[in-house]
Design a protein around this ligand. Structure first.
Ligand code: ADP
Ligand code: MG
Length: 695
């Protein structure tokens, strides 16, 4: 028996397309009927009710309709061809202008019927105008079918006419909408109040009302998000079936907690205690742990990691901690040694800059089990590194690592080690679900006591003298300061030069009497280390730095940070930078020196001034920049959504996640016949996944 038609056939076989049309559509990335139908309209033109021209308001976008009463082509002295047309609908006239678009001239020359135009309305004197509007001829036979309806407007590419896309979509909808197989099982659709796919295809492209279009779009977005969430839920279910290490936590009982207390020089916060508890429960379970700890900068993730590592070591295993930079790896190494050495636990550092002999020694210590804890950069996941009994892998500041490193570190383990990912980049809940839906999440939502929130001020460049005076006064009272060099270039080398120049200016001209150090990415590891150490010891008053200090650096006595040309930084990055201060007992300050510049820059500065809450900041950032950039290019592929939009569709994502959990609980292999469509949808996501893992 023949099943319902699939959408995966060559688009040239859609009525009205043919080989020539297919070639044009390929420019839009459309190869199959599915590609065509899942490429939704950018917007709609409601031709059923176009307001009179007399009601068009300058400054607003509008659709207008009228008879073409005038048309002319002019060649300016510059050689530019200027086309002007005037539409008249009886209530008023509007002038349309295009530059260098000869094909419009071909359509309009000699045409005296009605035309529809869409664009931003402007007023030039008494005349209403639109520049470069989208337009269509009402009498054009190609568009006749769309007369007096709500008409879809598709995103286009050079040389692909709107009419072709509309015709192709119409052909595909007519042929498929009534018979297409729906990937969502009927029962699920009923419970979640979703329309059948066929109805949606028809209504998203050719809606009788805009409400129908919205309902259809939402259902298609839900479908896409469901596939994404199913993939994560399946992966999660898989780890739950795998055998991992069951650390005998209960057997250690109170003794373990006592040792944790003795190890740390401070009392744990309630949040730290709760999160350590969650981690220990995962470690005790016979399945591999896959947990993400989210905590704002300064929330004390290191102590949490140290506690988990202590538990692993006491159970007879090794632990590893991977950090994104050498500076951070060393800082962790120093902290962990301070905590763990007194307990007789051996800690080793593994970073790229070690000499060959040192590396060999470190590798040997890890392979033979003589070291209990290895701390390093991605040097830890190099091929020649092996462990005797690696039971716990901790990954700090995950956004810098790909999925690949996570897997690589796990691969070094003894059987299936537990994995703990820690991130200081708070991520809005929607993104956490979309990116890390396969992980359990713990949130450190409490800062250690005695911290005073950082006070943030926004100053204009001409106020620099006062800013520097303020820095001077704080230093006189025993504080230290960071001055962050603006981002000027993608090139590390040019960035380093800019930092050197700023350092020269500040140390020679502004603060000649103070001790001013310099830190940038082009310095040798040893130099960087010496500078950091000098700053930590208090031998420097001011550290001029590029964003090398962005993540994790911890010098509690530094209580002021000046960020030069702060408008050049993204919001999350500014927040990360600010996290370097406010770690000690002093009141701390963050001074953003920036022009108002763009509207976007203004919003970023105001967000920084108005809140210290990393989650709030992340949400604003998500709104300003979109999800791809927020997570760095590596992860953006993960979020290559065709229909859904993580900001707009947060509620759909929640429901998709819920539905995915139900489905996987019921049918963990997606093997039931009614789930075949879903299984297919999940399989289709995998090329994307593969691309990320390879990057
Ligand atoms: P992050 O979460 O940014 O990695 P860290 O682990 O570097 O934070 O901790 C930031 C600072 O707070 C460190 O100086 C650390 O010693 C201190 N700290 C962590 N937890 C506590 C606590 N419970 N009480 C007091 N200070 C703490
Ligand atoms: Mg940290």
């Amino acid at each position: 028996m023949l099943g319902p038609p699939s959408l995966d056939f060559d688009v040239q076989f859609v009525k009205g397309v043919g080989p020539r049309g297919a070639k044009q559509l390929a420019k839009l990335g459309v190869r199959t009927a599915r590609d065509l139908l899942y490429r939704l309209p950018r917007r709609y033109v409601d031709r059923s009710s176009v307001p009179p021209i007399a009601e068009a308001r300058p400054g607003e976008a509008a659709t207008v309709r009228g008879r073409v009463v005038h048309f002319e082509t002019r060649r300016a002295r510059s050689g530019m061809v200027i086309l002007t047309a005037v539409l008249d609908d009886g209530t008023g006239t509007i002038q349309l202008t295009w530059f260098n678009q000869p094909w419009i001239s071909r359509k309009l020359e000699g045409y005296q019927g009605e035309a529809i135009a869409y664009g931003a309305v402007r007023a030039e004197g008494w005349t209403l105008t639109m520049q470069g509007p989208e337009f269509e001829l009402v009498d054009d036979p190609e568009d006749a079918a769309d007369f007096a309806r709500i008409v879809p407007v598709y995103p286009l590419a050079e040389g692909v006419p709107q009419g072709l896309v509309r015709k192709a979509v119409r052909g595909a909808v007519e042929r498929l909408a009534d018979s297409v197989a729906d990937p969502l099982p009927a029962d699920l659709r009923r419970r979640y109040g979703l329309r059948p796919l066929g109805w949606c295809l028809r209504n998203v492209h050719f809606p009788p009302t805009l409400e129908d279009a919205a309902a259809a779009r939402d259902r298609m977005a839900f479908e896409e998000l469901l596939h994404l969430q199913l993939r994560l839920a399946l992966r999660r279910a898989e780890t739950l079936r795998e055998a991992g290490i069951a650390f005998p936590i209960a057997a250690m009982g109170e003794r373990l907690w006592e040792e944790i207390r003795r190890m740390l020089p401070f009392e744990l916060t309630g949040a730290q205690r709760r999160v350590i508890g969650e981690i220990l429960r995962d470690m005790e379970s016979p399945h591999p742990m896959n947990r993400l700890v989210q905590g704002d900068v300064g929330s004390g993730k290191t102590a949490v990691a140290a506690s988990a590592m202590l538990a692993a070591v006491r159970a007879g295993y090794q632990a590893a901690l991977m950090a994104p930079t050498e500076i951070l790896a060393e800082q962790h190494y120093n902290n962990l040694r301070r905590y763990l050495d007194p307990l007789g636990i051996h800690v080793t550092l593994m970073v790229g800059k070690l000499t060959k002999r040192q590396k060999e020694r470190a590798r040997n210590l890890a392979a033979t089990g003589q070291t209990h804890v290895a701390v390093g950069t991605h040097a830890l996941v190099q091929e020649d590194v092996g462990f005797d009994r690696l039971g716990l892998a901790v990954i700090d500041e995950q956004p810098r690592f790909g999925v690949l490193q996570r897997a690589a570190l796990r691969g070094k383990g003894f059987g299936n080690p537990d994995v703990l990912v820690m991130t200081a980049t708070p991520i809005p809940r929607t993104l956490t679900m979309a990116l890390y839906g396969d992980l359990d999440v713990s949130v450190l939502d409490e800062l250690p006591p005695g911290r005073r929130p950082v006070k943030t001020h926004w100053k204009r460049p001409d106020q620099r003298p006062q800013v520097y005076q303020g820095v001077r006064e704080l230093i006189a009272r025993g504080s230290q300061a960071y001055i962050v060099c603006p981002m000027v270039s993608e090139s590390e080398k040019m960035q380093a030069q800019a930092a050197e120049e700023l350092h020269r200016h500040l140390s020679e001209e502004v603060f000649p009497d103070l001790r001013v150090g310099l830190l940038h990415g082009q310095m040798k590891a040893k130099q960087k280390e010496d500078v950091m150490e000098a700053f930590r010891r208090g031998d420097l008053d001011i550290l001029v730095s590029t964003t090398v200090i962005e993540v994790g650096v911890d010098v509690p006595n530094a209580s002021v940070m000046v960020i030069e040309d702060a408008n050049r930084f993204g919001l999350s990055q500014l927040h990360q930078l600010r996290g370097r201060v406010g770690r000690g007992a002093h009141q701390s300050f963050c001074i953003l020196v920036a022009d108002a510049g763009t509207e976007d820059a203004r919003q970023r500065m105001e967000a920084m001034v108005s809140t210290n809450d990393g989650f709030r900041i992340a949400e604003i950032d998500l709104r300003l920049r979109g999800p791809g950039e927020l997570c760095g290019t590596r992860q953006s592929g993960n979020l290559d959504l065709e229909v859904a939009d993580l900001i707009r569709d947060a509620h759909l994502l929640e429901r998709a996640r819920e539905a995915a959990a139900e489905i996987v609980a019921m049918d963990p292999g997606l093997e039931r016949p009614e789930h075949a469509g879903l299984a297919e949808g999940v399989r289709k996501l995998d090329p994307v996944r593969a691309a990320i893992v390879q990057s």
